[in-house]
Design a protein around this ligand. Sequence first.
Ligand code: SAH
Ligand code: SF4
Length: 421
Amino acid sequence: MAVSDAARAAGFIEKTAELTVAAGAAPGGASLVGLTRDQLKDSLAAIGVPERELKMRVAQLWHWIYFRGARDFAEMTNMGKELRAKLAAAYTLARPQVVSEQVSKDGTRKWLIRMASTGPLDKGAEIECVYIPETDRGTLCVSSQVGCTLTCSFCHTGTQRLVRNLTSAEIVAQLIVARDAIGDWPGATPPEGAFVPNDGGRFVSNIVFMGMGEPLYNTDNVVTAIEVMSDGEGLTLSRRRITVSTSGVVPQMERLGAEANTMLAISLHAVRDELRDELVPINRKYDIAQLLDACRAYPGLSNARRITFEYVMLKGVNDSDADARKLVQLLKGIPAKINLIPFNPWPGSKYECSDWERIERFSEIVYRAGYASPVRTPRGRDILAACGQLKSETEKLRARARMMAEQGIGAEGVYAVGNGE
Ligand code: SAH
Ligand code: SF4
């Protein structure tokens, strides 16, 4: 296993991975989908669009790609034929490929998405993305990495050995894929029988970074993706409806607040360092006290803008009355919401979910202390789409990735991490 020196010094095991790849090239040219305004500008300049036109052309592309969901340059009728032909010769509007879609009894949808290949030996990394419709909102749970370098003991993603960061375009593309699939563009309609919100708003109204990966180990790309997703002339998601969930990468929290200004969720899961060290091993690097200090410093907190603390209910591990009392005591003074998450088992997991009566009792103590403590109803359990159950098919690429690593060509592809089995 590759272990960084810093991690070793902290006595904390962290898988390492080569974490950056260039935006993937789709057949027939690179896709413009997911790019920032600056990247679009460079793409236009590269095919000879004159400097004086660039701003206007970027605005036009932006509108077609992000407001209308265009899939073909031919639709872009306010651009000249010649330019459209040039664009089509050099680029595509291809989305990452949807390998499979599963629809739960409760309307939740899970997509397995294959990203464009990053080199001759890369078949394309696969990630999962989940759509959770309710009557008054539609939440998209996006991934920020392929797998996760952290190894929280109750999380399926943490057992995945292949890890790389997603580019900002790959993060944005998840929203585009979701909007395509549920007909969330002007003039489009949802598929027959689909469950979508009926309050007249967008079908995807909220984004949570609670899919695969630790978003604050990929802060640059996450912040850039949020810029694109929240742009008022394109995808128009409100930053207040975007939540970034972190296991506690303390040094990056301030940056997230300053640059992305989204809502924050913390995967707390334990109230004593000894236990949190085991459940959420990054705690050995940044302990509970440091984590809560960083929470207190998060900009813009108020009663209307609270931090969500996630707490997974593990039978006999973290679910006692004393744990509940300690939890409310720890959070004193922080505008907070507490989300109790029933543990979602996965094949081979060593924990069980707390009994219902225990969860109710825990919730009661938290409630009496003044916190609304909704127990998050697991959604999409029948399709293994619930929190912490995502683990992609990319695992199958392990042998290939090992080969790439051995040949020293991993920097442009996917790395194998793990115990070298
Ligand atoms: N890496 C980030 C975001 C992804 S995980 C983080 O850890 O915050 C999203 C949430 O699901 C986290 O709170 C995580 O701790 C929780 N989770 C992971 N595995 C789970 C499981 N098996 N059952 C319930 N929740 C789980
Ligand atoms: Fe990674 Fe979050 Fe899973 Fe921990 S809970 S292993 S940080 S995805």
